[in-house]
Design a protein around this ligand. Sequence first.
Ligand code: HEC
Length: 119
Amino acid sequence: MRTLLATVLMMIASLTFMVAQPAWADADLVTGAKVFSANCASCHIGGKNVINAPKTLKKEALAKYAMNSSEAIVTQVTNGKGAMPKFKGRLTDDQIQSVAAYSGSRMNEVHQILTAQAL
Ligand code: HEC
């Protein structure tokens, strides 16, 4: 699984290189993925939510709960919400920015690729 994820990340990293002006740097994706697996995967494994089931990291859920922007995710990760702990003091601002980007649009991208490969 780790190897598969690393492969997918490499693919995305090389794809990003081919596109002019990527929205954010490859390093962010790698940092985001690392921060995610160490701090978020326990509750959000596979982009799901093991505590509050409807509040997944899928595009549709993020849109439904107005969490489909990096700013909204940064705020929630920093301050926590409901049963989700705050990460202020545990993660640096840079780490929070990276994981927010990863948990938002990039999380969906990673999932689409994984799903496509699984089919
Ligand atoms: C202890 C379990 C737990 C951990 C660890 C955790 N979360 Fe959450 N997360 C939740 C819960 C519960 C919610 C729903 C909060 C609410 O709205 O009441 C949530 C909601 C979210 C949402 C909004 C989802 C939606 O559809 O509205 C995002 C984005 C998110 N978490 C990202 C993260 C990131 C990034 C991390 C790691 C830095 C993280 N979470 C760590 C439990 C957790």
